[in-house]
Design a protein around this ligand. Structure first.
Ligand code: FAD
Length: 380
């Protein structure tokens, strides 16, 4: 049986999230987007709305939603406020690989909204080639001593902890990478922030790690499992990112349609000109197709079926498509679209970052090619 419909519960859920997002989040998007402050108020609103820690196991205070339902929430929230998606809170590798003691310690705090955990993988000298990281974790009795520098870490100044990826065996390539939970307030950890084109309330930056003494109990899983863990996480986070971008594109298309009906040129609404209506029609078609692929990927994950290829497909396609759509919608608005009083230029700046974050288009295409052509034909 092939069924393209969401369940009745999912449709109702979408309706209620949309109502909340459009009335509570959309009006303040622009003002918040210009600020460097993380919007903690929205975290509280998410909690009241039952959206906080939506994907986390209820045992730890989450809502226990499946991936498709979580995707719906992300799409609707991003349609109203791109950056508010960060206020939902996600679990990470601890959920699957942590010990019960670690989960009780970290995930229950996460479920209460008292602990946000960022991802510290990228380094100044390597991003795409994540197996080449140089940060080291050297065992010393009951501790690991961590040294290195992490770069481009989202939420670097307000996250409470990070999933830190470091080499426990520098000679072992990807198999030498291990994953740790690193509290931000540990001696030897220094965070500093970049000034970015978009996503300002989230903020990216560097983490300098100098002789950080991290207890062995902060190792997640076994030594050498870190690379596998982060790749497993990417398999669904990449789809969430895609839906986040598509939500912003959808909002922009709707605004452009309204504007094209109201704006007149040469004695008629500009929506009557095929130069305006055909790009809208094309973008609507592509948007619909990209969303279907996203939900297929999330559905596959919910069925415990392979979805690496689909996640990589939407990660290269959806952010680029969203950039194209928002750009075109800005042009449809003519000179007024160029102003920062409308959300179009802001959305464009926010979405561009996600063409890079969690793996660029080129890296996703390598993954897709590997899955369909075969490992023997990888470039290296
Ligand atoms: C908004 C944003 C948020 C981010 N958040 C986080 C975070 O929270 N945590 C974290 O750890 N990182 C984060 N990152 C970092 C991000 O994951 C990396 O920037 C990304 O993986 C690319 O790495 P790089 O910047 O080092 O580029 P490089 O790897 O140096 O690549 C530079 C260019 O070369 C291309 N290239 C590289 N290798 C190949 C190849 N084999 N074939 C073809 N082209 C290639 C790339 O596609 C890119 O265009 C974030 C980045 C952004 C922009």
């Amino acid at each position: 049986m092939l069924n393209f419909a969401f369940t009745d519960e999912q449709e109702l859920f979408r309706k209620s999230v949309r109502k909340f997002a459009q009335t509570e989040l959309a009006p303040g998007y622009l003002e918040r987007a210009k600020s460097d402050e993380f919007p903690w108020k929205i975290v509280e609103m998410m909690k009241r709305q039952g959206l906080f820690a939506i994907n986390l196991d209820p045992k730890y205070g989450g809502q226990g939603a499946d991936h498709v339902t979580t995707g719906i929430a992300i799409e609707e929230i991003a349609r109203a406020d791109f950056n508010a998606v960060f206020c939902i809170g996600v679990g990470g590798p601890l959920e699957k690989f942590g010990t019960e003691e670690q989960r009780q310690e970290w995930l229950t705090r996460m479920g209460r909204g008292e602990c946000f955990i960022g991802i510290a993988l990228t380094e100044p000298d390597c991003g795409s080639d994540a197996a080449a990281i140089r940060t080291t974790a050297v065992r010393d009795g009951d501790d690991y001593i961590i040294n290195g520098e992490k770069s481009s870490i989202s939420g670097v100044t307000w996250m409470h902890a990070y999933y830190l990826y470091a080499k426990t065996d520098p000679k072992a390539g990807a198999r030498g990478v291990s994953c740790f939970i690193l509290p931000k307030d540990m001696p030897g950890v220094t965070a500093s922030r970049f000034r970015d084109l978009g996503c300002r309330p989230i903020g990216r930056g560097t983490l300098a790690l100098e002789d950080v003494r991290l207890p062995v109990k902060n190792l997640i899983g076994k030594e050498g499992m870190g690379f596998k863990m982060v790749m497993g996480e990417f398999d669904f986070i990449r789809v969430f990112i895609a839906l986040q971008c598509l939500g912003a594109a959808q909002a922009s298309l709707e605004e452009a349609i309204t504007y094209a009906k109201e704006r007149h040129a040469f004695g008629r609404p500009i929506a009557r000109f095929e130069g305006v209506s055909f790009p809208i029609a094309e973008h609507y078609t592509l948007l619909e197709a990209a969303k279907l692929l996203c939900y297929k990927a999330l559905w596959l994950r919910d069925q415990n079926l392979p979805h690496t290829k689909e996640a990589a497909m939407v990660k290269w396609w959806a952010p680029r498509l969203s950039v194209d759509i928002i750009h075109n919608c800005l042009l449809i608005h003519g000179h007024s679209g160029y102003s920062d009083e409308f959300p179009l230029e802001q959305r464009l700046r926010d979405v561009i970052g996600f063409q890079i974050a969690d793996g660029t288009a080129q890296i996703q295409k390598i993954v897709v090619a590997r899955e369909i052509i075969g490992r023997d034909y990888l470039p290296y």
